[in-house]
Design a protein around this ligand. Structure first.
Ligand SMILES: *Cc1c(COP(=O)(O)O)cnc(C)c1O
Length: 242
C-alpha cells in the first residue's frame, strides 16, 4: 500500500510543477481520485493521506463501497455515464456532485427526484470535446443551450464543465479539447445566466493532467497513476449499459 502514498506524492509534484509553469496557484487545482475498481481499504489509505475528493463511475460501486467509507470524511463525485433509472441511488449514497450531466432528459429527471426529496445537487455539464463516438457528453455546439435549460431547474447547482480529452500521444490534439472546454466556459460566463456558476473545469487524467492544468483545469481526475492499472478497458466504465 506504500505505493499509493508514493504515487500521491508524485502526482502532487506533477500538479505543482504544472501550476508553476502556468503561473497558477496550487490551491486552484483539486485532485480527484478516480476510484473505479479500487477497494475501500486502498481508497481509505489515500483519504487518510489528505486526498479526500473521490470520483466513482458506476452506481453499483458507489453502493458497494458506501458502508466501508461512511465513517471517513470525504467528498464523492459521480464521473461515469448516468442512466436515469439509477438517479435515485446516486442521490441516496452520498454523491455531492454529478460531473456528467450531458442531456436535458437526465437533468430533468434528476431535478424531479431531487425536488421530491427536497434536496439539491451540484452538477457539471459534460461536453464531448473529442468528438469520439465512444465518449459521452453533450456536443460542444449544444453545451450552451443545455446549460441554459438546466439552469431553469432550481435543484441543480451548475458549477462548471467536465470533459474527457482525446486519447492521443499528440499533446496538441489533446490540448485543443481542453481549450475548447475553456472556450465554452468563457462563452457561458459572458451570458451571465442566473444561478449558473462556471468556476469548475474538470479535465485531465493520469496521462494529460499537465496539459489540462495549463489550459485552466480546476479539477484533475486521476486513477491509474495513483492506484495502478485496471483490468478492464476504460470504455467499460464509461458505459453504464455494459
Ligand atoms: C477512470 C477515469 C479517470 C482517470 O483515468 P486514469 O487514466 O486512470 O487517470 C478520469 N475520468 C474519468 C471519467 C474516468 O472514468
Amino acid at each position: 500500500m506504500d505505493d499509493i502514498l508514493h504515487n500521491l506524492q508524485v502526482i502532487n509534484s506533477r500538479i505543482e510543477a504544472a501550476c508553476m509553469k502556468s503561473h497558477r496557484e496550487r490551491s486552484e487545482v483539486k485532485l480527484l481520485l478516480a476510484t473505479k475498481t479500487v477497494t475501500p481499504d486502498r481508497i481509505i489509505k489515500a483519504i487518510e493521506a489528505g486526498y479526500n475528493l473521490i470520483g466513482e463511475n458506476k452506481v453499483q460501486e458507489v453502493k458497494e463501497k458506501y458502508e466501508a467509507l461512511k465513517g471517513i470524511s470525504h467528498t464523492k463525485h459521480f464521473i461515469g455515464h448516468l442512466q436515469t433509472n439509477k438517479i435515485k441511488d446516486v442521490i441516496k449514497y452520498g454523491v455531492t456532485c454529478i460531473e456528467t450531466v450531458d442531456r436535458i432528459e437526465l437533468a430533468q429527471k434528476l431535478h424531479q427526484r431531487l425536488f421530491s426529496e427536497n434536496k439539491t445537487m451540484e452538477v457539471l455539464i459534460q461536453v464531448n470535446t473529442s468528438h469520439e463516438e465512444s465518449k459521452f457528453g453533450a456536443n460542444p455546439d449544444d453545451a450552451i443551450e443545455l446549460t441554459k435549460q438546466a439552469s431553469q431547474l432550481e435543484t441543480l447547482k451548475i458549477k462548471g464543465l467536465m470533459t474527457i480529452g482525446l486519447f492521443s500521444a499528440e499533446t496538441e490534439k489533446v490540448r485543443s479539447c481542453f481549450r475548447l472546454l475553456k472556450n465554452i466556459q468563457q462563452q457561458i460566463v459572458a451570458l451571465k445566466i442566473p444561478h449558473v456558476e462556471m468556476k469548475e473545469l474538470s479535465m485531465g487524467m493520469s496521462g494529460d493532467l499537465e496539459t489540462a492544468i495549463e489550459e485552466g483545469a480546476t479539477i484533475v481526475r486521476v486513477g491509474t497513476a495513483v492506484f495502478g492499472k485496471r483490468i478492464y478497458p476504460d470504455s467499460y466504465y464509461w458505459n453504464e449499459n455494459k
